[in-house]
Design a protein around this ligand. Structure first.
Ligand code: MN
Length: 201
């Protein structure tokens, strides 16, 4: 029988983001961590109420339910990683243009302040988790989530995210989370992807 969930292909080669994110980090992060969440979910779901349900349906149905934490954690981590890969591209980063730039000016008073707040969210997420740029009620916000938590179960539309689990940066940056986050903001964030997400919000 075909597996219910498959590991989506990386949107670029595993060398594409080097030297900001090395091929070694990308290889382990995608090929081991992301794949393991997919494999775990495929082991958990058969024979349960979640057979035939989408990733998003499982995430919504299990968020905040302690007895369903295994389903939530693996489903949300599959979703988060697929989203994260699309938030990055070679020769990305820097300040956006267009509608999203105007909304950043309104929400944060300019790109430099956005950058400071995004970095601060990433650094103050204690332990594992994610920093996010989201849209909520027409405005942009920066939020952080712990472990596998997602913003969209709280009515927030994710526009961009940065994975701040140590596995995302330790091989390249060791304990220097700020260097990793600054490099992503400066060189890799895909603002076209963020704009597509904003248009759907
Ligand atoms: Mn990760």
């Amino acid at each position: 029988m075909a597996e219910q969930f498959t590991l989506p292909p990386l949107p670029y080669a595993d060398t594409a983001l080097a030297p900001v994110i090395s091929a070694q980090t990308l290889g382990f992060h995608y090929g081991k961590h992301h794949k393991t969440y997919v494999d775990n979910l495929n082991k958990l779901v058969p024979g349960t109420e979640f057979e035939g349900r989408t990733l998003e349906e499982i995430i919504h149905a299990t968020a905040g339910k302690a007895d369903k934490a295994g389903f939530f954690n693996n489903a949300a981590q599959v979703w988060n990683h697929t989203f994260y890969w699309h938030c990055l591209k070679a020769k990305g980063g820097g300040a956006p243009k267009g509608d999203i730039a105007a909304k950043i000016d309104v929400a944060f008073g300019g790109f430099d302040n956005f950058r400071k707040e995004f970095l601060n969210a990433a650094l103050t997420q204690f332990g594992s988790g994610w920093a996010w740029l989201v849209a909520e009620g027409g405005a942009l916000k920066i939020v952080k989530t712990g472990n596998a938590e997602v913003p969209f179960t709280k009515g927030q539309t994710p526009l961009l995210t940065i994975d701040v689990w140590e596995h995302a940066y330790y091989l390249d940056y060791q304990n220097r989370r700020a260097d990793y986050v600054n490099a992503l903001i400066g060189e890799l964030l895909d603002w076209d992807f963020a704009a597509e997400n904003l248009a759907k919000a």
